[in-house]
Design a protein around this ligand. Structure first.
Ligand code: ATP
Length: 331
């Protein structure tokens, strides 16, 4: 197996701690990766005045694959979220977020849901305007972006033996924008007769997910609902410390945890590295290192179901280093 070049972006807050833990596990598993480390985020902004330095952009363009820690965007005027900027810059229009139940860890068993979140438009275009007594924000939903994400959700379902795709919307209120997303879903669904199409209004979807999550398979949603629902689904299976995400475009793929930079626990050495490790597993599958991906997945499952060295977010007392060691021992 040949060494694969990847860009490593430690990011902010707990980012550097969990990136160190994950690379230690990847190396112990024999992933054979060549890491090219670059800076990104609020700490880099403090140092050099740029949230995403040009060298980082060039490296992602060169190597095409990145494993990224969480980043903090400074609060204030003129700062567009680093994640949103990266997604737009590389046209990473797919945000793929799988979440599954783990015995002895998850509150709900039989959850196996893949959320396919549109990643380039909706309210996240960040167009806010002042009006007389406050602000208004633009929600953009286009045919192009809707079609490509909905088609990806069905293609993903087809390629992975999944049976149902649920479209989440609020078309009863947002008749034009969400109405368009829903109409494109109903149209594209006709091309996939073997997959059951399902539609849910977002508020009902939240209730259904909490009452009976096992009824869902693949979910496709515009950006904002996809963001919110994937945190909710993370909660069903054991929390933000477990769930990964892949940002995929035609050329570039950036793998990350669903969670943020967790400033409340940064620097304490107690962060759970598993969400980022699961993102690394998605990356290994993406670059064809499926055996190593499976080896790491099995070690994660063994560690979690045995309740070995669990971090605080999972109900244990272990620190990042102890959990990392336990996973390595189970490889
Ligand atoms: P963002 O807006 O960037 O998503 P956020 O402020 O919504 O960030 P997170 O940074 O994801 O939230 O943190 C939410 C909570 O979950 C915090 O209490 C944090 O400590 C906890 N948390 C997040 N990730 C982890 C992790 N890997 N291990 C342990 N706890 C975590």
């Amino acid at each position: 197996m040949s060494k694969t070049d990847i860009v490593l972006l430690p990011g902010d807050g707990i980012g550097p701690e969990i990136v160190d833990a994950v690379t230690e596990i990847l190396d112990a598993a024999g992933a054979d990766l060549n890491y090219h480390k670059y800076e990104i985020g609020a700490a880099e902004f403090e140092r050099n005045g740029k949230l995403i330095p040009d060298e980082t952009i060039d490296a992602i363009n060169k190597y095409k694959i990145a494993l990224k820690g969480p980043v903090t965007t400074p609060i204030g005027k003129g700062f567009k979220s680093v994640n949103v900027q990266l997604r737009l810059k590389f046209d990473l229009y797919i945000n793929l977020r799988p979440a599954y139940s783990i015995a002895n860890i998850s509150k709900f068993q039989n959850v196996d849901i893949v959320t396919v979140r549109e990643n380039t438009e909706d309210l996240y275009i960040g167009e806010e305007h002042q009006i007389e007594d406050g602000f208004e924000a633009i929600k953009r939903i286009t045919v192009k972006a809707s079609d490509r994400i909905i088609r990806f959700a069905f293609e993903y379902a087809k390629a992975n033996g999944r049976k149902k795709v649920t479209c989440v919307h609020k078309a009863n209120i947002l008749k034009q924008s969400d109405g368009l997303f829903l109409a494109r879903f109903n149209e594209i669904a006709k091309e996939y007769p073997d997959i059951t199409p399902d539609t849910k209004i977002v508020d009902n979807m939240c209730m259904q997910l909490v009452i009976n999550p096992s009824q869902f398979d693949v979910i496709v949603a515009p950006n904002l609902y996809g963001d919110i629902l994937s945190d909710l689904i993370a909660g069903l299976v054991g929390g933000l410390g477990l769930v990964p995400g892949a940002n995929l475009g035609k050329e570039v793929a950036i793998f990350e945890a669903v969670h943020g930079s967790a400033p409340d626990i940064a620097g304490k050495g107690i962060a759970n590295p598993i969400a980022l490790l699961e993102a690394a597993v998605m990356m290994l599958n993406h670059i064809g290192k499926k055996d190593i991906a499976e080896k790491i997945t099995n070690a994660i499952l063994k560690t979690l179901t045995n309740g070995e060295s669990l971090t605080k977010d999972l109900g244990g007392n272990a620190n990042t280093k102890e959990l990392t060691k336990a996973i390595i021992n189970n490889l």
